[in-house]
Structures are given as C-alpha cells and as structure tokens.
Design a protein around this ligand. Structure first.
Ligand code: SF4
Length: 97
C-alpha cells in the first residue's frame, strides 16, 4: 500500500516566457507518474465530501483509486459516467481553491 502524500503535486506549466507568445494551454497536465503520485493524497474517506461538492457528482475517490492502480481506462469511464465533458469541466473546476 502506498503512503499518504500531503503535499500537492505541482502541475507542470508552460514557461512564462513562452506562454506570453502563444495561446496554448498553460497547465500541461500530469503524466502517469505524477498522476499516480497525486493520487496518493486521497485517503478514500468513508463519507467522502468531495462527491456532493462536485457539481457533476463524479465518484472522485473511485477514479482516484483507479488511477492509483494504473487503471486509466476505468478512471476515464468513472469520470464520464456523470459527466460527458471531463476535459472541459476539469479546466473550469475551481477545485484548487
Ligand atoms: S478526494 Fe474525496 S475521498 Fe479522497 S480524501 Fe478528498 S474528500 Fe476524501
């Protein structure tokens, strides 16, 4: 079993000197290793508060555990069960606040 990680895994970002000259996405996203590292922050609560606070009611601990287990297809399926636009909602969700 993996250890719980408390520190947020930093999101790779476009270099500011580069991004002032383009309209590409600033946050580059996690690779597999970073996504699995970040998944270690979830303690898989018995009564998870993340689901009712998610406007599209994604089963967040389920998809996080699937990422932790390297089941990326299943994680995608879990996210799209209640949300057909995960790439859009993932960008506009103010979860970091
Ligand atoms: S993501 Fe949900 S289940 Fe995981 S630690 Fe946060 S509230 Fe608990």
């Amino acid at each position: 079993m993996s250890r719980i990680q408390h520190e947020k895994t930093q999101m790779p970002m476009q270099n500011p000197k580069k991004r002032i000259k383009n309209f590409d996405v600033v946050e580059l996203g996690y690779n597999i290793e970073l996504a699995q590292q970040e998944s270690n922050r979830c303690v898989n609560c018995k009564k998870p508060k993340c689901i009712p606070y998610c406007p599209v009611e994604i089963d967040i601990p389920k998809f996080i555990m699937e990422i932790k287990d390297g089941k990326f297809g299943e994680a995608y399926y879990t996210m799209t069960e209640t949300n057909i636009f995960p790439s859009i909602t993932g960008r506009v969700c103010p979860q970091e606040e």
